[in-house]
Each structure stands twice: as C-alpha cells, then as structure tokens.
Ligand binder design. Structure first.
Ligand code: RIB
Ligand code: CA
Length: 312
C-alpha cells in the first residue's frame, strides 16, 4: 500500500504535539506533505515555532512547516494559555528551532499542493479551521482534490469552552461553517469521542517505560496539560483530542461512527460554534459528515505507545 498523502493543519498545543509524533512515526502509512499552522491554542508566532521544534525533536526537520492565519475570519482571536501554557508547550523545554519556516503562506501551500497533486490528499485538522476555510474560498476547485477532511472539533453533547461549543470551532465558527458546507467528505472527532481517550496513569506508565527524549516530552506535556483538563472535567487523566484524528487515519477500525447532518451555530452568542448534529434525521437534510462515536481506547494507546517507541 502506498503511504496516504496528508497535510496536517494544527495549533500546537500539547495534544497537537502528540498528534504530530503519531503522524510522523509511520511514514510507510502517512506521507506528511506539510504541516500548516494556525492561531488557536496560542498565537500563530508560537504555533508555527512549536511545530518546527516538534519536528526537530523527532528528527523530521525535512517536513515543511508553514504559517497560516493569525486570527479567525470574523471574530477576535481567543487563545488557551490556561490549558497549554504561555509557550503552548508548557511542561517541556525545546531548543529554538533551526529548521526554517517556509516563506509561502499556508493557505497558498494548501491550494498549490492540492491543485498540483495527482492523488487526492487528506487534510487532518487539529485546530481552528481558518486556513482551510480561506483556501476553500480562494480556490473552490481544491474540493475535488481532497480525499477527505478529518477534523478534531465540535461536541454532540457537552462543550469544553462553553456548555455548547468545543474550542476549535468556537474560536472560528464561520470557518467551520465554510468547511462543513463545502461538500468535502468529512469525519468529525468531537469531544464525545476524544473524551473516551483518557491518558490514565496506567497508559502513561507504558509510555514512560520507553524512557526516551520523545517519551519524556510526551509525559512532560501531558503532565502540564492534564492538570487543567483533569481539574475541569474530573477525568483520571488528560483526554488526547488531536491524536484521535491521526489514529483514525492509521487505524480506522479503532472507531465507530455514524453519518449525520451537521451545521454550525454562527449567530447566537449563547451557542456560538455549536455543532448541531441531526442524529435523528429530523431535518431531512442529507448527512454531510461521519460523526465518530466510540474509540477503542486501549487499542489507541497501544498504537500511540508503539509510535513513540519508534523515536529513539
Ligand atoms: O477542544 C480541543 C481542541 O482545542 C484541541 O485541538 C486542542 O489542541 C485545542 O486546539
Ligand atoms: Ca489543537
């Protein structure tokens, strides 16, 4: 099987970092054509730098990193330093990146790469969808070049930044609306499934036993990031939101999903960014997304542990 060509759009971010480790561990399965960065967990100046630091940590400085949009389409930027720390990667200290930031804008990289590719490309989105939305608006023809978009975002039930909404889609709900209405095949990893992927002490001990710089970085990131998530949600450990996207690309049978019509709230401040999911088909709208519903969490952590062990 040829490796699946993918582009990862992210806002590192502790869980983005672990998603990048997972994606870069299996080059025989995932051909990461590039990493595009967006403002989200922390400002763009940090997300683009963090992405480069993380690539260098796993000796993948050949993967090009691009800076994208520094703010949402319409709303002011909202960041999450309370979760990921001032650096976006609190809990670890990585050296200043030596690999260059690509000079091309992430949106232009997305458009150029998609239009030029002879194979359809999968987009793995781990942050607010601003870059993707602007690429779709600037060049609608890229829709035909996308195999699918697999996104971390949304909440069928309880939100995390408001009772209604999940952070990525709350930060840029208008971008999310552009993406879910673009007609591109879409799989959504909402909080309802990522909250099943808890990094419990037992699962973390398997990663700790690897005893490598990357396993130490993983634990350092999760130790810091977990404190907030555990206090906020009372979990036994931090949920690994973004790595669920990559795990789906590597091992889709870890998940079950259901097709449904989904729309994004972009009007009411009370429910801004809400993923309204018509699981009961009451709107008679045709389904436009696969909504992941369950994950084999033990299988997920076995995959993640295997991935981290690949980096000596
Ligand atoms: O709500 C969780 C999502 O928001 C994750 O992608 C996390 O990294 C933040 O971007
Ligand atoms: Ca993220």
């Amino acid at each position: 099987m040829l490796a699946k060509p993918i582009i990862i759009d992210c806002d590192p971010g502790a869980d983005d970092a672990i998603a990048l480790f997972l994606a870069l561990a299996f080059p025989e399965q995932l051909n990461v054509l590039g990493i595009t960065t967006v403002a989200g967990n922390v400002p763009l100046s940090l997300t683009q730098k963090n992405a480069r630091c993380l690539c260098e940590l796993v000796s993948k400085a050949d993967v090009p990193v691009y800076a994208g949009c520094p703010r949402p389409l319409l709303r002011p930027l909202m960041t999450a330093e309370e979760v990921h720390g001032k650096t976006g990667l609190d809990g670890i200290h990585l050296p200043e990146p030596q690999m260059p930031l690509q000079t091309q804008h992430a949106v232009d990289f997305l458009i150029e790469t998609l239009l030029r590719s002879t194979d359809k490309i999968t987009l793995a989105t781990l942050g607010p969808l601003t870059n993707i939305a602007i690429a779709l608006i600037k060049e609608p023809a890229i829709c035909q070049q996308m195999q699918e978009i697999v996104m971390m975002g949304g909440a069928v039930t309880q939100g995390n930044i408001t009772p209604s909404a999940e952070f990525n889609l709350y930060v840029d709900p208008h971008a999310a609306h552009v993406v879910v209405t673009a007609g591109v095949p879409l799989t959504i990893m909402s909080l309802d499934v990522t909250h099943q992927a808890i990094a419990t002490p037992e699962r973390l001990s398997a990663i700790r036993a690897i005893n490598s710089p990357v396993s130490a970085a993983t634990l350092g990131l999760l130790d810091h990031y977990g404190a907030y998530e555990m206090q906020r949600h009372g979990f036994l450990g931090p949920p690994l939101h973004d790595p669920c996207v990559i795990a789906y690309l590597l091992q889709p049978d870890l998940f079950t999903s259901r097709r449904a019509y989904v729309a994004i709230e972009t009007t009411s401040e009370l429910t801004m960014g809400r993923t309204v999911v018509d699981r009961g088909h009451v709107t008679n709208q045709p389904p436009n997304a696969n909504i992941a519903e369950t994950i084999d969490a033990d299988g997920f952590y076995q995959l993640l542990t295997r991935a981290i062990a690949k980096f000596t």
